[in-house]
Structure formats: C-alpha cells, structure tokens
Design a binder for this molecule. Sequence first.
Ligand SMILES: *[C@@H]1O[C@H](CO)[C@@H](O)[C@H](O)[C@H]1NC(C)=O
Ligand SMILES: *[C@@H]1O[C@H](CO)[C@@H](O)[C@H](O)[C@H]1NC(C)=O
Ligand SMILES: *[C@@H]1O[C@H](CO)[C@@H](O)[C@H](O)[C@H]1NC(C)=O
Ligand SMILES: *[C@@H]1O[C@H](CO)[C@@H](O)[C@H](O)[C@H]1NC(C)=O
Ligand SMILES: *[C@@H]1O[C@H](CO)[C@@H](O)[C@H](O)[C@H]1NC(C)=O
Ligand SMILES: *[C@@H]1O[C@H](CO)[C@@H](O)[C@H](O)[C@H]1NC(C)=O
Length: 409
Amino acid sequence: MGALGIPRLLSLLLWACLSTSLVVSAIYAPLREYAGSTFFDAWDYYNFYDNTTWGNVTFVDRQTAVSDRLTYVNDAGNAVVKVDNTTFVQNGPLVFRNSVRITSKDTYGIGALIMIDVRHIPYGCSVWPSFWTLGTEKLWPGGGEIDIIEGINMLNNNQIALHTTSGCFQDPNPGQTGNTVERDCSTPRGCLVAENKPNSWGPGFAQAGGGVWALQIDVAGIFVWFWSRPDIPGNVNSANSSSNIDTAAWGPPSASYPAASCNISQYFTPQQLVLLTTLCGTWAGVPSIYASTCHTPTMSCFADNVIGPGSPTYDNAFWEISWIRTYLNSPVPPPGASPNSTTVQSPPSPPLVVPPTTSFVTTTVKVTPPPEPAQSSTSSATLSVTFEHSLGSVLLVFLAWFLRYMNGL
Ligand SMILES: *[C@@H]1O[C@H](CO)[C@@H](O)[C@H](O)[C@H]1NC(C)=O
Ligand SMILES: *[C@@H]1O[C@H](CO)[C@@H](O)[C@H](O)[C@H]1NC(C)=O
Ligand SMILES: *[C@@H]1O[C@H](CO)[C@@H](O)[C@H](O)[C@H]1NC(C)=O
Ligand SMILES: *[C@@H]1O[C@H](CO)[C@@H](O)[C@H](O)[C@H]1NC(C)=O
Ligand SMILES: *[C@@H]1O[C@H](CO)[C@@H](O)[C@H](O)[C@H]1NC(C)=O
Ligand SMILES: *[C@@H]1O[C@H](CO)[C@@H](O)[C@H](O)[C@H]1NC(C)=O
C-alpha cells in the first residue's frame, strides 16, 4: 500500500488536472460531409409514428418526405427538413401531422468531432426539434445519448444534455460558458446545460444568420461548442469539406463533461446522428411546460396547433442546414515513427482513409477559475504550448501509461 501511495496520488492528481482544467486539443482530419444534393443519401428515415417522445407526428418514409417536400435541398444548396404545413389535419381520436426523423447510417465513437452549420431551427408553440446522437448496440440509455441542439415552444435558448445509465455526472468544475441545470446524467432531463450565449434559438438564431455547433467525443470528456454566425472561429469559417480542424483556439465550450465524473468509454457506445422535429409530446406538450412560454386560446398544445391548416402555425417549423461534417482525431505517431506510417482507427462503417495530417500536436492548457457555475469565460487565462510531434507523443504515451496504471489500481 505504502509503495502505491505516491504514484496513486500522482495519477489522481493527473486525472483531476486532465479532466477539470486541461483540455488536450488535437488536429482532426475530415471523415465525411453531409451537404448539398447528397445530404440525404446517408440517412435512414424513421417511417413510424413518434413512439419515443409521443408527439403528435408521423415520421414519414423517404419517398413521402420527397414527394411532400418535407426534405429537399433549396436554391442556396442547404438541406431543408420540415414539418408538414400544407395539410389540413382534422380532429379525431388519434391525430398525427407528418414530420421527419432521420438517423445517420454511420456511427461515431471516441475520437470523433461532429460539426453542424445551421441557418434555421424549427420554432414555435408545440414545436420540439432536436439534433442529437444515440448510442447503438444497447437499449436506451445504455449506449448513451448526447443532445447537441434541443428546445421547445417559445424558449429562447438551446439546451445541451447527456443521457446515460446511473453513475455518470457532470463534473462540479466543468470549465464551460453555459449554466448547469442538472448534474446527474441518469435523471429524466439528463445532465443539462443551458446555453448562455445570445441567439442560440428561435427567431434570434435565424436573424443572426444561424450558427455552428461542434461536438467533441474524447476519452477525456464530451464537449459542445456553439457560435452564433458572427462569432464562428476563423478556422471553421475558412474550412471546406477537406480541411483539417484544430480545436486549440476555440476557448471554453458551452457545455463540458470531463471524464473525471463520467467514464466516457463506459457510458457511450458509438453514436448515430439523429435529426427530427416532433410536436407536443412528453416535453413540449406537458400542460404546465407548454403554459410557461405559450399563451394560446385554449392552452392546449394539440388543439391550438396540430389540428387545422398547419399554416401559418408551422411556417417556421423547418431546419435549414448548410452542412454536417464529421472528423477523426488525427493520429499521434509513436516516437521515432514517420508521421505517415501511422494507421488510424476508423468507425465501423464505412472504412474511410484519413488524409495525412500535419506533424504537430497542439496542446492547450486552460487555467480555469475556481468553481463558479455562472462565471464568464473571459476571466479564464489560456496558455498555448505547441510541441513538436515527437515530444508531444512522448508526453501522450506517458499520460496513457499513467491512466492505464490507475485503472489497474
Ligand atoms: C418504435 O418503433 C420502431 C418501428 O416499429 C421500433 O423499431 C422501435 O423499437 C420502437 N421504439 C420503441 C422505444 O418502442
Ligand atoms: C397525440 O399523440 C399521443 C401520443 O401518440 C396520443 O396519446 C394522443 O391521443 C394524441 N392526441 C390526439 C388528440 O390525437
Ligand atoms: C479546400 O481548400 C483547400 C485549401 O484552400 C483547397 O486546396 C481545396 O481544393 C479545397 N477543397 C475543396 C473540396 O473545395
Ligand atoms: C472506463 O471504462 C472502460 C470501459 O468500461 C474501462 O475499461 C476502464 O477501466 C474505465 N476507466 C476508469 C478510469 O474507470
Ligand atoms: C409553409 O412554410 C413555408 C416556409 O417554411 C412557407 O414558404 C410556405 O408558404 C408555407 N406553406 C403554406 C401552404 O403556407
Ligand atoms: C512519408 O511521406 C513521404 C512524402 O509524402 C514519402 O516520401 C515517404 O516515403 C513516406 N514514408 C513512409 C514510411 O510511408
């Protein structure tokens, strides 16, 4: 026991540093882009009613979505995914309006970076859109769920959350700009962070020209950034589908879930991307929740919105998306190896070759002020250190050894 004391202390210290105040940033290599005329090719359409959140919608198949123009690519080259606003829906015993839920054929695990550039998010009373990821292989929430974009009714900010089985929490000192609402990821609302930056939702989001979200799934944690259009970092603005992305200069994320309080590889299996819009249901349609932001004639989510002509009620219930891009953490060559001799672990499907990347590893050390959930990010000092790859990889191998050592304890 005595002999283990110091290494154990060191490794715990290292673990704490890694998870709460040290973000190891890396360069990401492009994997796939969903955009333009091929945007809808690599997704499955749900083709069933909403049997998970019980909204009053039918998620149609691809053929119906195309013929009813619920999914299409507009003149600007952006993908549009909308709620039916052209059908008069009659009242009846069980009523559904057509909408869309699509799930990516590809899965993304630890090492992935997922970015989405959105121009318009569905909004309005009864409207509940979400862009999220869902763990495969296990019954929900066994594979984990990551909600990147989600909100309801007339709320005016985005909410980010993880959903897991019990034992996964948000760290008390996550180093983020958003406001933590709930720390326990196994509660019904998940470990929830409310976006603090302006124009993350609704008319304000659209009027600002939309924005970009980035999700990083790393062994060190799960991190979500949001930027309104004017604030998008230069390296994201200037990127095209084949550019590498370096996360080093992005600053603190909106929501941060360091691995110190949630073992990412334990709670998250490879994730599929999901995009949908439902109506009413188990969140937007709960009478007290509906009444908190919507004031309609009968105060019924269903009667005041879903039935009837659909327009103008659902004229703003559409997604407009410029692109979704996915990336993989670029390889760190073992010491002495030439950078291009390294192979990369790819997600299960499809096998894709990752282009060669730069031979530098950039490590950003963030010094985050003491726990103060509502603290503004401007007071955190950021030190950037760039290592030549051999030095960086020696350090990473050392860190990996320490973590493995700790697991063995
Ligand atoms: C919802 O319906 C689909 C299609 O029938 C089915 O595969 C899925 O298991 C159902 N989900 C739940 C949570 O019942
Ligand atoms: C709305 O959908 C829910 C869930 O499927 C269903 O229980 C309810 O009856 C629907 N409401 C109406 C008025 O059809
Ligand atoms: C992306 O940008 C790079 C550098 O500006 C350029 O060389 C490349 O042709 C561009 N690729 C695409 C697909 O536009
Ligand atoms: C995290 O979970 C993985 C997979 O279950 C396990 O192999 C590893 O030992 C765990 N790490 C820690 C630090 O508990
Ligand atoms: C449905 O909404 C779209 C905008 O999403 C709008 O252009 C269109 O006019 C609406 N349809 C009808 C029938 O009003
Ligand atoms: C690495 O790439 C360089 C230039 O692209 C090439 O000359 C060299 O043979 C490659 N080395 C290996 C081990 O593949």
